[in-house]
Design a binder for this molecule. Structure first.
Ligand SMILES: *[C@@H]1O[C@H](CO)[C@@H](O)[C@H](O)[C@H]1NC(C)=O
Length: 187
């Protein structure tokens, strides 16, 4: 279940003597998927694109970073963006909820670090990358949040790169399973 894949880049290795790698965050459950696979019922809804398709929360590795992605359930069409580029992916990992862990969007701004914010992993600069969303370009789009940059980066298809300082952040809510000490007990 845990992905051992990492993406790495040699950045000024001679100067810094360091290899930076995007590392997956394993706090949440992400299901490796593509359009040939059945779409899970417990995937997390994130937005709606300009064509009216629901977009679900996913993540992909891209150029030594792990970044959030948005996936259409009907077609498996997956897109994502870093702070610089927009691209498509053929395989991705879908975030899935379960009986005890659910996901919600909370209003946020300026790179504020929300409690229990979901991180997809780390960037090529070794910072944690978070999942944001905002209303723009005729839809609500899942985007990429680097807290240090203080904006939600959204770039979808041929639209320009958006840098939005008021956005929503994806957070995790854990509801402990109900403990039933007297279940099945006969007196
Ligand atoms: C729900 O998912 C979390 C990880 O996100 C895991 O730790 C937990 O065991 C799961 N719970 C159930 C009931 O599957």
């Amino acid at each position: 279940m845990y992905s051992k894949l990492i993406t790495c880049a040699l950045i000024f290795a001679q100067l810094l003597g360091t290899i930076y790698c995007g590392v997956y965050d394993n706090t949440d459950r992400w299901l490796l998927s593509d359009k040939s696979k059945n779409f899970p019922d417990n995937a997390v809804l994130g937005g709606i694109d300009s064509y009216g398709y629901d977009n679900y929360v996913a993540r992909v590795p891209y150029a030594s970073s792990i970044v959030p992605a948005r996936v259409r359930s009907e077609t498996g069409y997956a897109t994502f963006n870093t702070q610089a580029v927009a691209n498509q992916a053929t395989s991705y990992e879908l975030l899935v909820a379960n009986e005890t862990v659910s996901y919600h969007w909370v209003r946020s701004y300026d790179g504020f670090r929300e409690r229990n914010a979901v991180s997809v992993g780390t960037s090529d600069l070794n910072e944690r990358v978070y999942v944001c969303r905002a209303r723009t370009d005729g839809g609500i789009f899942i985007g990429t949040l680097y807290l240090a940059q203080k904006v939600c980066f959204i770039r979808y298809e041929n639209f320009p790169m958006r840098q939005i300082s008021k956005y929503e952040v994806l957070v995790r809510q854990v509801t402990p399973a109900v403990w039933m000490p007297f279940d099945n007990q006969i007196n």
